[in-house]
Design a protein around this ligand. Structure first.
Ligand code: BEZ
Length: 277
């Protein structure tokens, strides 16, 4: 099911494409680079990258039809195009002009924790990246690392358990995979990529302000990002009740007394890995 809406994303998670200076610096776009962006969402960051490669090309892939539609409407240009593609099945289903060893760089921001959750096996995503890259090409990405937003993750699982969903089923409803550095290093090396940089940063991140319509703030974030958890419930009222319950639980944990702002414990895992020449 396509849970994504670019309007909801800009109300609840507009900070995601903004906090990207380090990963874009690691990408180090050169004017002629051909760059594949995995999990490009609504293309806001993809278009910024495309502007840095005026003689190159950028192709953004995302499983969400609504995000790709938004990207095509708002963030496309002569050197920046988008396609619907289930990136969890990249190795099995990407067209031959993607897995053809022609890309200088493969890039991903804030997407691999969703993609790897559903990829089977998880390493297949990195095998596909290896097939896409030119010899000596690089994979540069940032994603949630082990412990990312653990308070929200735990509260959401607890919200399901409190409504009678068995513990294992509540955990299995999580749409995210937040790997450790050790898991990531081994997985990349096992598919033959050479890890040049692998780092974790704890980056507390301020949520967008609360809004009357519930689209911003913590509730807006929960409704958008936790939609696969909420699919466990049939009615909108049940979904709204669990969001309210989780938001109330977290209020006392993530709210700062000095100004009422709410902060989430984002943990970012950043990697540069190269395909051998
Ligand atoms: C993110 O897109 O960065 C994110 C998604 C789910 C949980 C935490 C962070």
């Amino acid at each position: 099911m396509d849970h994504w809406s670019s309007a909801a994303y800009s109300s609840a998670a507009s900070f995601v494409p903004k906090l990207t200076s380090t990963v874009v610096q690691y990408l180090a776009p050169r004017p002629t680079d051909r760059i594949l962006d995995i999990g490009c969402g609504d293309g806001i960051l993809t278009a910024q990258v495309a502007a840095m490669v005026p003689s190159g090309q950028v192709l953004g892939l995302d499983a969400s039809q609504s995000m790709i539609k938004a990207a095509q409407e708002k963030s496309a240009s002569s050197n920046c195009t988008y396609r619907v593609q289930d990136c969890a099945a990249l190795l099995k289903s990407a067209p031959s002009d993607v897995l053809n060893g022609s890309w200088d760089k493969v890039f991903s921001n804030a997407a691999l924790h969703w993609i790897l959750r559903y990829a089977e096996p998880k390493a297949s995503v990195f095998e596909a990246v290896r097939e896409a890259l030119k010899p000596d090409g690089v994979l540069v990405f940032e994603m949630g690392g082990a412990g990312n937003c653990a308070e929200i993750h735990a509260a959401m699982v607890a919200g399901l358990i409190a409504r009678g969903i068995p513990t294992a089923e509540a955990h299995a409803a999580s749409p995210w995979f937040f790997p450790s550095e050790a898991w990531m290093r081994k997985t990349l090396e096992d598919v033959g990529l050479v890890v040049e940089k692998l780092e974790t940063e704890y980056r507390p991140t301020k949520l967008t302000p609360k809004t009357e319509d519930g689209k911003g703030g913590l509730e807006g974030w929960l409704k958008l990002m936790c939609a696969p958890f909420l699919d466990k419930f049939k009615t909108q009222k049940e979904k709204d009740d669990v969001v309210r319950w989780v938001a109330d639980l977290l209020d006392g944990i993530i709210t700062r007394t000095e100004d009422g702002s709410q902060w989430m414990g984002y943990v970012r895992l950043r990697v540069i890995a190269r395909k051998s020449a």
